[in-house]
Write a protein that binds this ligand. Structure first.
Ligand code: F6P
Length: 320
């Protein structure tokens, strides 16, 4: 059986990553496997920044947002020469297999390492919920709750001033944060990469809300990277009776103590990753489907089509 494994976090940090690191560490130690923390993702693997973790190293980390071992993005990891240096470092530290916690870019790195003889297991750690092989990614629920709290507060001021608040949320080309938060907050309009964006339609809908439905304020939740929200707010002020205001929630969405849902998800997934590596299995990623923790081949996961959210968009339209 494998004697020593590594754990790293890669890409944007997500609340719950620490709970996953804790689960990997303690589940491995319980099985008689040593664990090395690799700092700053694949970058730290390339630079040889690693150290042995103990049960104590991961005490009191469950409640903390961010990642105690740091994270980074390293596009150069696509180069075989970079990966060869990283593998040399793993060998120096006697690390035989690695748990990679991150998004789909991190999964690609995990697969490439597995193909070079280092078994890796991917865990979905990102607030974006954009990994299609799992119903929920670690961090999504916490970020969603952060967004909801912010929108609820915006509603207070927006309704007092008869304004239209345009709220931009993260998601990296996945509309789940916008869709789920919009649904949770009763937003008047939800714009995501999946719904598409038509400025004229947005302005017409807002006019309809004020003239026909007599709404005196409105919330528009929009995914990032779709349009300039300051400009949209200005256009709303010009074309409707609402005074438009834009709020970009930004990186505040990535911070904070993880929700119970994310802690449990991360804990279950971390344990599953160790079980797979202990059984000499690599090149797989862990997901949650129908509340069951499952694993599938990373290549298969990366090729899966995104599940449709049309039913949720339609539900929103019916209730608004
Ligand atoms: O993938 C997580 C994420 O927060 C995305 O939602 C966002 O587009 C991106 O990372 C922001 O990246 P950075 O922290 O590098 O600005």
């Amino acid at each position: 059986m494998v004697k020593r494994i590594g754990v790293l976090t890669s890409g944007g940090d997500a609340p719950g990553m620490n709970a996953a690191i804790r689960a990997v560490t303690r589940s491995a130690i319980a099985r008689g496997i040593e664990v090395v923390g690799i700092y700053d993702g694949f970058k730290g693997m390339y630079e040889g920044k690693m150290e042995l973790l103990s049960t104590k190293s991961v005490s009191d980390v469950m409640i903390r947002g961010g990642t105690i071992i740091g994270t980074a993005r390293l596009p150069e990891f696509k180069d075989e020469s970079v990966r060869k240096v990283a593998i040399e470092n793993l060998k120096k530290f006697e690390v035989e297999a690695v748990v990679v916690i991150g998004g789909d870019g991190s999964y690609r790195g995990a697969m490439a390492l597995t193909n070079m003889g280092i078994n890796c297991i991917g865990l979905p750690g990102t607030i974006d919920n954009d990994i299609v092989s799992t119903e929920y990614t670690i961090g999504f629920d916490t970020a969603l709750n952060t967004v909801i709290q912010a929108i609820d507060k915006l509603r207070d001021t927006s309704s007092s001033h008869h304004r239209c608040s345009v709220v931009e949320v993260m998601g990296n080309r996945c509309g789940d944060l916008a869709l789920y938060s919009g649904l949770s907050c009763g937003a008047e309009i939800i714009i995501t990469p999946e719904t598409g964006y038509d400025e004229v339609e947005v302005l017409n809908k807002l006019r309809y809300f004020e003239e026909v439905k007599h709404k005196n304020h409105a919330i528009v939740v929009i995914s990032e990277k779709i349009t300039d929200v300051e400009m949209l707010a200005q256009k709303i002020s010009n074309a409707t009776k609402f005074s438009g205001r834009a709020t970009v929630l930004g990186h505040v969405q990535r911070g904070g103590s993880p929700t119970a849902f994310d802690r449990v998800l991360a804990t279950r997934m971390g344990d599953k990753a160790v079980e797979l590596l202990a059984n000499n299995i690599g090149g797989q990623c862990v997901g949650m489907i129908n509340n069951k923790i499952v694993s599938i081949d990373i290549n298969e996961a990366l090729a899966m089509p995104k599940a449709s959210r049309k039913h949720l968009s339609e539900l929103h339209e019916r209730l608004v």
